[in-house]
Design a binder for this molecule. Structure first.
Ligand SMILES: NC(=O)c1ccc[n+]([C@@H]2O[C@H](COP(=O)([O-])OP(=O)(O)OC[C@H]3O[C@@H](n4cnc5c(N)ncnc54)[C@H](O)[C@@H]3O)[C@@H](O)[C@H]2O)c1
Length: 331
């Protein structure tokens, strides 16, 4: 049993990750400002601390007795980041080093950092491995990459650090995001019989949310001699956006035969991120290989829609981080 603190533990990935770690017998502290609400189920080994990662003294207090940190909290996509770049920088970069120092001073043994495969930007390389040059196309990605360097500077024998660069996550979570590519396309297929594809040729790596959680579990337990200081890509299927749309269309058509024809409409985009990520390093080092694919995520989402677990998907702003933040700004 380990004492784990997850920043951003109330988010799309954090919510089911917390449930999984509790089910394994760990004690979990979720440190989150609950920007987008709280769907965490109560548990006697779950402690929730409502706090901002920029509030270092509060975070320092919450880190008492914590052995391992998984750092997820941030403004987690480009459109949300761009709403107020100066404010986003304070969350995604400025507070990062004070947070790492607080964890180190508190005696945290391992710090796991969620970077992003978007740090690669655009690449024609047939396979983008971890040593590929970074070419961030947006500030969100640039700060993700800068935090990696900060973390590396603080690594020591007593303070183990590990960075992962996950692909775009997909599939059902009790704290649902419908602003991620596979989830968007599936939602549109289910709820409006029409999928709009922006661009289409861009290749992106994808990762089922349960595989994302499996990867964090592996990193929590891994031998420090192997993982400390390492950076790992974590992705499953590299697919073009058009291919994801085709997959969503055929699986949704099977799951909802009553819906009839699902149309695919293609329009231009300025989001040019395109790269083919190779995730062999984490397999060779730790034996981790994703077990699920995009089709599994679409099937799981169809089952969740069918069960009424994602109500008002086309109208409720809570499924889109940028809409929640815009509404807050307008207040
Ligand atoms: N979801 C993906 O496809 C994906 C892909 C690659 C990397 N990542 C990274 O994984 C992490 C988790 O992603 P997610 O999809 O769960 O994101 P999310 O937006 O659903 O969750 C982020 C959480 O952080 C919290 N948060 C935001 N600002 C905060 C602050 N100032 N103080 C405290 N808490 C704050 C939010 O309330 C939210 O609960 C992020 O770092 C993201 O960049 C995600």
């Amino acid at each position: 049993m380990t004492n784990i603190l997850i920043t951003g533990g109330a988010g799309y990935v954090g919510t089911p990750l917390t449930a999984r770690l509790l089910s394994r017998g760990h004690s979990v502290t979720v440190y989150d400002n609950f920007l987008y609400g709280d769907d965490l189920a109560a548990h006697d080994r779950l402690r929730k601390v409502e706090g901002d990662i920029r509030d270092t003294p509060r975070l320092y207090d919450a880190l008492w007795g914590v052995e391992k940190v998984i750092h997820l909290a941030c403004i987690s996509n480009d459109p949300s980041f761009e709403l107020d770049e100066a404010l986003s920088r304070t969350i995604n970069f400025d507070c990062f080093e004070p947070m790492v120092e607080a964890a180190k001073t508190r005696g945290v043994r391992r710090f796991i950092y969620a970077s992003s495969s978007s740090v690669y930007g655009v690449s024609d390389a047939p396979d983008v491995t971890e040593d590929h040059p970074l070419k961030s196309l947006t500030l969100y990605s640039e700060f993700k990459a800068m935090c990696e360097e900060v973390l590396e500077r603080h690594r020591s024998e007593a303070f183990e650090t590990v960075t992962i660069r996950p692909a775009t996550v997909c599939g059902y979570s009790p704290h649902m995001r419908l602003d991620l590519s596979v989830n968007i396309l599936t939602n549109h297929a289910v709820n409006q019989n029409r999928i709009t594809v922006f661009g289409g040729a861009q290749r992106r790596p994808n990762l089922h949310i349960e595989d994302m959680i499996d990867a964090y579990e592996v990193l929590l337990d891994a031998d420090p001699q192997i993982v400390s200081g390492a950076i790992y890509n974590v992705g499953a299927e590299n697919m073009s956006i058009s291919a994801i749309a085709e997959t969503a269309r055929s699986i949704v058509a099977e799951a909802f035969p009553e819906k009839g024809e699902i149309e695919i409409v293609t329009t231009p985009t300025n989001d040019l991120r395109s790269y083919h990520v190779n995730s062999d390093k984490i397999f060779h080092a730790l034996g981790f290989r994703p077990k699920r694919g995009v089709a599994d995520a679409v099937r799981d989402l169809c089952a969740a829609f069918r069960a009424g677990l994602i109500p008002d998907a086309m109208t409720d702003p809570k499924y889109h981080n940028v809409k929640v933040l815009k509404a807050r700004q307008a207040q």
